[in-house]
Design a protein around this ligand. Structure first.
Ligand code: SF4
Length: 212
């Protein structure tokens, strides 16, 4: 597909997404930047609902990063067990608390590369943090976004980094944060991994999978 028509496709998709999902937003609770980093880490292979519930308990007991540091990895690991991968995730949580208190000057970095130095933080979570916390243009490519962008014809790749690159070439940067949330809503409600509901999907007039 030539570049111009892909831009047109992106424009049509964006318009349809805004119409279908005007209220799309991040479903992770978002209070302080440092807590958001921890929620992002816990969200790997876990639902946002579970992460929010678990964090209510975690931050209820240990509200500040200093409290988490003092508590130590074992206690944190016990609390975050319901989110899965708790050994790896608790190590990452401790690294956030340690960096926040001792390295970052008590401010979460705005820099994606700096965030990605932490264990447990890849591009997806780093983008989530800079987007949700600092409002900087960043697209979160999760499993839904990856799937729907491929089906709709924006990318041919299954690699999240390449999908992000392909999307960012054709969607305007002011749309990136919300685009990620709308893609999740589309994937959850219509463009499911199995048996996508193309007949009732609000994107079926523009989606390449439907138009052929
Ligand atoms: S029309 Fe079908 S393939 Fe295209 S976005 Fe909708 S559900 Fe997915």
């Amino acid at each position: 597909m030539p570049a111009v028509s892909k831009k047109q496709l992106a424009y049509d998709i964006l318009k349809a997404l805004y119409e279908a999902f005007p209220d799309s937003s991040c479903t992770l609770d978002n209070d302080t930047p440092e807590r958001m980093v921890i929620r992002g880490i816990l969200s790997a292979q876990c639902t946002d609902v579970r992460v929010n519930l678990t964090c209510n308990e975690l931050f209820g007991k240990y509200p500040e990063m200093d409290d988490i540091l003092k508590a130590g990895q074992d206690k944190i690991s016990d609390i975050i067990k319901p989110c899965g991968l708790h050994k790896m995730k608790s190590k990452s949580v401790m690294a956030v608390a340690d960096n926040f208190c001792n390295n970052w000057g008590r401010k979460v970095p705005e820099d994606i590369e700096e965030l990605m130095k932490l264990p447990g933080i890849g591009k997806k979570i780093a983008n989530l943090i800079v987007g949700e916390v600092y409002g900087r243009p960043a697209l979160v490519v999760d499993t839904h976004c990856k799937r729907v962008m491929k089906r709709m014809g924006i990318t041919v790749s299954d690699d999240p980094l390449k999908v992000e690159e392909d999307c960012c070439k054709v969607f305007p940067e002011e749309s990136w944060i919300k685009l990620g949330h709308m893609a999740v809503d589309l994937g959850r409600n219509y463009c499911t991994a199995r048996n996508p509901k193309c007949d009732i999907c609000p994107l079926n007039k523009v989606c390449r999978r439907c138009l052929g």
